[in-house]
Design a protein around this ligand. Structure first.
Ligand code: ADP
Length: 503
C-alpha cells in the first residue's frame, strides 16, 4: 500500500530529457478535468492520488470526476459536435488536425513515454515504443477522413439511391490502465477522424499520460469541447458515461465483467457499443517450427508489460514430444529477464500496477501450485516496496485449470501439452475468450488451416504480438464486441445513411 505523502517525483534523478520534463510536469501541481476546452476542478472538488507503482509513492493529485462532471462534459461535447468549427470543416481539415496532433506527440514522445513509465510502471523501452505508436496511429487515421466513401446503389430508373457515412455524435470512451497512452490515442484518433466528439475517462490507476496528451492536443487548437477528459472511478464517472442519454456511442477497454455492465448500462438509449475485453490467448508450437524463435517470442509475449496485456500469449501449447524440453527452455530464458525500475536500461519487466494486482497474480500462482502444475520458474514477489513479481512459468498445465482459463494479467505462463493438430485447435479454442492466437510451424498448409480454425480476432503465424494500425483488434466470444484499429474502427465510429431521390 502507498505509505508516503512525499512525492515520488521529488526523489528521482532523470535518465533523459523526456524523463526530466515528465517529472517537472508532474510537479506543476494537481491535475484537473478537461471540459469544453478548460481545465477545471471536479464539481465536488474531490481529488484522488496517482501513485508510482515502482516506489508506491504519490506522484500527484488528480481531480475526480463524477456524474455531474459527465453531464457538463456531454453538454460541451454536444455543442462542439453541432458547431460549424467542427461539424462544418472539410475532411481535409480533419486530416490536418490529426496530423498536427501526431506531430505534437512525436515532439513530446520522450516526455509522454517517461510519464507513462512513472504512472503505469512499464519499462522505458516499452513506453517509448508505445509513444511512437501513438503518433503513428494518429497519422494512420489522418488518412481516413477523405476516404470514408458511401455507395451509389442500383435502383429503378426514376430514382437515385446513395449512402453516406456520418459520425455517431458524442462518443464516451472508457480506458483501462495497462497501456493508457495507446488506448487514448486509438480511441481519440478514430473518433475525431470520423467527425465525432469525445468524453473520455482514463483509468484511475494511471491517468497522467492521457491528461498530458490532452494538453498537447489543446495546443494544436482543436475546437473547445471536441475532446473532454474526465479522470475518475468506474462506478461513478465510468458508469455515468455508460448510462448517459446524451452519449451516442461508448467504447470500452477493460475486463469482461465490467464490459457486460457497460453493455447493460448503455441500453437506456441503445448506444452503439464496442468492447475490447480480456483474453487467454493460445500460442501453439508445432514440432516442425523454428523452436528457438518460437520460444524467445513466447517469453517476450507473456512478459511484455509484466503480462498486463490482454492479447498476451498466456497459454503456450507444445507438442507432447517436446513439452518438457521446450518448457525448460522457456523457463531458462524467463529467468534471465530482469525485473526492476522502469528507468533502468536493462529492465525487461517493471512492477505490476498496484498492490491489488500483485495480490491477484500471487493468488493465481498459488492456485497453479495447488492444482498440480509444475512451477519451473519464478512464482514470488520481489522486494518489499513496489509491486514487482518474477516471470513465472508453469509446465504440465491442464487446460481446465484455473490458471489456464482465467485472465491473470501478470507475467505468468501456462505450458500445456497437445497430441496432434486437432487437439491443439480444440484446446486452444476451449476458453471463453477469443482475442488473439498464434501458430508456429514451417508447414504452410497447417499454418493457414490452424489460423482459420482458431477462434480469435487476431492470429499471428510464426510471430507473436506484432501490431500495426492497419491490423484490426478485437475479440471473438467474450473478448469483446467490435474492433479497434484498421478500417473496422472507422465502421465503429460512423453510421450509414441511405438517401433515395425520386425524380
Ligand atoms: P481492470 O480490471 O483492468 O482494472 P476494469 O474493467 O475494472 O479493468 O476497468 C477498466 C475501466 O473501466 C477503468 O477505467 C475503470 O475505472 C472503468 N470501470 C470500472 N467499473 C466500471 C463501471 N461499473 N462502469 C463503467 N466503467 C467502469
Amino acid at each position: 500500500m502507498p505509505t508516503s505523502n512525499s512525492s515520488a517525483a521529488d526523489a528521482q534523478l532523470p535518465v533523459n530529457e523526456g524523463h526530466r520534463r515528465a517529472l517537472e510536469w508532474v510537479q506543476t501541481g494537481p491535475k484537473k478535468l478537461l471540459i469544453g476546452g478548460e481545465w477545471v476542478n471536479a464539481k465536488s472538488n474531490r481529488t484522488f492520488d496517482s501513485f508510482d507503482p515502482s516506489t508506491e509513492q504519490r506522484l500527484t493529485s488528480v481531480a475526480e470526476a463524477d456524474a455531474l462532471d459527465v453531464d457538463a462534459a456531454v453538454v460541451a461535447a454536444r455543442k462542439a459536435f453541432e458547431a460549424p468549427s467542427w461539424s462544418g470543416i472539410t475532411p481535409h481539415a480533419r486530416t490536418r488536425a490529426l496530423l498536427k496532433i501526431a506531430e505534437m506527440i512525436d515532439l513530446h514522445a520522450d516526455e509522454l513515454a517517461a510519464l507513462e513509465s512513472l504512472d503505469n510502471g512499464m519499462p522505458l523501452w516499452y513506453s517509448t515504443a508505445s509513444a511512437a505508436a501513438a503518433g503513428e496511429v494518429f497519422r494512420y487515421y489522418a488518412g481516413w477522413p477523405s476516404k470514408m466513401f458511401g455507395t451509389t446503389n442500383p435502383t429503378d430508373s426514376s430514382a437515385f439511391l446513395y449512402t453516406v457515412r456520418e459520425p455517431m455524435g458524442v462518443c464516451g470512451q472508457i480506458n483501462a490502465w495497462n497501456v493508457p497512452l495507446m488506448q487514448a490515442a486509438i480511441k481519440i484518433s478514430t473518433a475525431l477522424a470520423c467527425g465525432n466528439t469525445v468524453v473520455m475517462k482514463p483509468a484511475e490507476q494511471a491517468p497522467l499520460s492521457t491528461l498530458r496528451l490532452a494538453e498537447l492536443i489543446l495546443e494544436t487548437n482543436l475546437p473547445p469541447g471536441v475532446l473532454n477528459i474526465l479522470p475518475g472511478f468506474g462506478p461513478s464517472a465510468g458508469a455515468a458515461i455508460a448510462a448517459h442519454l446524451g452519449i451516442d456511442k461508448v467504447a470500452f477497454t477493460g475486463s469482461t465483467a465490467i464490459g457486460k455492465q457497460i453493455l447493460e448500462a448503455s441500453i437506456g438509449n441503445l448506444k452503439k457499443v464496442t468492447l475490447e475485453l480480456g483474453g487467454k490467448s493460445p500460442n501453439i508450437i508445432f514440432p516442425d517450427a523454428d523452436i528457438e524463435k518460437a520460444v524467445q517470442s513466447a517469453v517476450k509475449s507473456f512478459c511484455s508489460n509484466s503480462g498486463q496485456v490482454c492479447s498476451a500469449g498466456t497459454r503456450v501449447f507444445v507438442h507432447e514430444s517436446l513439452h518438457d524440453e521446450v518448457s525448460e527452455h522457456i523457463a531458462k530464458i524467463a529467468a534471465t529477464y530482469k525485473v526492476g525500475s522502469p528507468f533502468a536500461s536493462d529492465t525487461k519487466l517493471g512492477p505490476l500496477i498496484s498492490a491489488k494486482q500483485l495480490e491477484r497474480v500471487l493468488h493465481y500462482i498459488e492456485s497453479g501450485k495447488e492444482a498440480g502444475a509444475t512451477l519451473l520458474q519464478g512464482g514470488c514477489r520481489i522486494g518489499g516496496t513496489g509491486h514487482f513479481v518474477e516471470p513465472t512459468v508453469f509446465s504440465g498445465v491442464a487446460n481446465t485449470m484455473k490458471i489456464a482459463q482465467e485472465e491473470i494479467f501478470g507475467p505468468v505462463v501456462s505450458i500445456i501439452p497437445f497430441k496432434d493438430e486437432n487437439d491443439a485447435v480444440f484446446q486452444g479454442n476451449d476458453t471463453q475468450y477469443g482475442l488473439a492466437a498464434a501458430v508456429w510451424t514451417r508447414d504452410i498448409s497447417r499454418a493457414h488451416t490452424v489460423a482459420r480454425r482458431l477462434k480469435a480476432g487476431r492470429v499471428w503465424i510464426n510471430t507473436y504480438g506484432e501490431a500495426d494500425p492497419v491490423m484490426a483488434f478485437g475479440g471473438y466470444k467474450q473478448s469483446g464486441i467490435g474492433r479497434e484499429f484498421g478500417a473496422e474502427s472507422i465502421d465503429a465510429y460512423t453510421q450509414t445513411k441511405a438517401v433515395l431521390v425520386r425524380f
